[in-house]
Design a protein around this ligand. Structure first.
Ligand SMILES: [Zn+2]
Length: 176
């Protein structure tokens, strides 16, 4: 007769002696002492495993739904950096580096004070955009110089100045 436990993750652990179970679940590392010990042929074991199959299945469905929703949200909330003259640098969803030889090159090429790689820009769902100065001459956020290589969170409407080139972070598809 063997014994077994069913971990909260759905893993079934079988062992020969009643107290001879491993300390941790091999699948998720939970402490196995927290779970009941059954005889391996106990019908409740099969029940438990069946429940796990069911709940795992529905979890996956939920994950898919969530990711579909957030993808369509992000489409509606594209960020750009808008210059005074109306030029716009579109920030890709996955983030980018802005600079004279990077994203925005066609607009920034004429500004010698902007570094080839000036600012790392990373949109984050629901919390705005993370910017990180990686330039030679610096970046201002709403008129304040930010510390090089130190990411800062900014929001729609923030003024971002690459050395002396002013631009405004603008969220496409927002109500403002
Ligand atoms: Zn487990």
């Amino acid at each position: 007769m063997a014994f077994c436990k069913v971990c909260a993750c759905g893993e079934k652990i079988v062992f020969e002696r009643r107290l001879g179970f491993p300390d941790n679940c091999p699948s998720c590392q939970r402490k196995l002492v927290d779970f009941l010990t059954y005889n391996e042929d106990d019908p409740r074991v099969a029940e438990l495993l069946k429940e796990h199959e069911k709940s795992n299945g529905s979890d996956e469905t939920n994950d898919n739904e969530v990711s579909l929703v957030s993808e369509s949200n992000s489409d509606a909330k594209r960020y750009t950096l808008r210059l005074d003259n109306g030029d716009e640098i579109i920030i890709p969803e996955e983030g980018c580096i802005i600079g004279r030889t990077e994203v925005g090159a066609e607009i920034l090429a004429e500004y010698g004070s902007v570094s080839r790689q000036h600012l790392r820009v990373t949109p984050r769902r629901n919390i705005g955009v993370i910017v990180e100065d990686i330039s030679k001459y610096g970046t201002l956020v709403d008129g304040q110089r930010i510390i090089k290589n130190s990411p800062v969170r900014v929001a729609n409407g923030t003024k971002i100045t690459l050395c002396n080139v002013e631009m405004v972070l603008t969220q496409k598809g927002s109500e403002e």
